[in-house]
Design a binder for this molecule. Structure first.
Ligand SMILES: Nc1ncnc2c1ncn2[C@@H]1O[C@H](COP(=O)(O)OP(=O)(O)O)[C@@H](O)[C@H]1O
Ligand SMILES: [Mg+2]
Length: 230
């Protein structure tokens, strides 16, 4: 089947499989469509393929077979040299945060603001606003390793959303947070979703998923076990 681009859909995944070296089948024949403005949880046990699926959407990994269309672009046809354009429109919260350890919190946020070419005054204001939103404006001059795991996670979230990207991917974004912080972060995600952003969040936290009452896609052993939209 040849996928066709549908404007309503921000992510289209067609019969995607991913096999790693040593014969590990991480994903098998996944077909899934995500509409603009959706807020979707991807869940499943450890090793189910959640992280791999997000990595395919961000083109950190390539599928072994199948096709993926993100924001209207077929990822199989996007050249490596043009990936930065696509990535600018996708905010990612990595499971391991990936903060720049030798730069302050401000510089970590400023780094992505610069991609949009904002003037320095605007960048400062935006950085301060987003850090207040995640409750860390006082840490603006700290270095990542001076922060707790939960604080680093909130910086990673701030960095992913500061440019208002239309698509946000987050891998276990509340893994290091207690329930109060988790609820604060989910409230922020709800807010940016209400402003039109699409969110795809991988988590094995079933209680958070049931509290949120959003769409859920379940993976097990690389296969979609429920929530397929088709
Ligand atoms: N780079 C890799 N090389 C080989 N196997 C991998 C790699 N990344 C993930 N895997 C395997 O793929 C499967 C799915 O992993 P992952 O997507 O990280 O699952 P989850 O995020 O749901 O815990 C696991 O069996 C894992 O060991
Ligand atoms: Mg994972």
């Amino acid at each position: 089947m040849q996928p066709y681009f549908n404007e309503q859909q921000i992510v289209q995944i067609y019969h995607v499989s991913k096999r790693f070296k040593h014969n590990c089948q991480a994903l098998e024949d996944i077909t899934l469509e995500v509409e603009k403005g959706d807020f979707i949880f991807i869940t499943g046990p450890s090793g189910a393929g959640k992280t791999t699926l997000l990595k395919l959407l961000f083109v950190e990994e390539r599928p072994t077979s199948g096709q993926i269309i993100v924001l209207g672009r077929n990822l199989n046809r996007v050249r490596e040299s043009n990936l930065h354009r696509l990535r600018r429109q996708v905010g990612v919260v990595f499971q391991d945060f990936r903060l720049l350890k030798d730069r302050t919190v401000f510089k970590n946020i400023d780094f992505v603001l610069r991609l949009y070419g904002h003037p320095p005054k605007v960048r400062e204001k935006k950085a301060w606003q987003i850090l207040s939103m995640v409750g860390l404006e006082k840490k603006i001059d700290s270095y990542p390793l001076e922060l707790s795991g939960g604080e680093q996670q909130r910086i990673a979230i701030a960095r992913a959303i500061v440019n208002d990207p239309p698509l946000i991917l987050a891998d276990e974004p509340t893994g290091n947070l207690d329930q109060k912080r988790e609820e604060e972060i989910m409230a922020i995600f709800n807010q940016i979703n209400a402003r039109g952003a699409t969110l795809i969040i991988a988590t094995h936290n079933r209680s958070m998923i049931s509290r949120m009452g959003k769409k859920v896609v379940s993976l097990d052993n690389g296969r979609l076990v429920s929530g397929a939209v088709m």
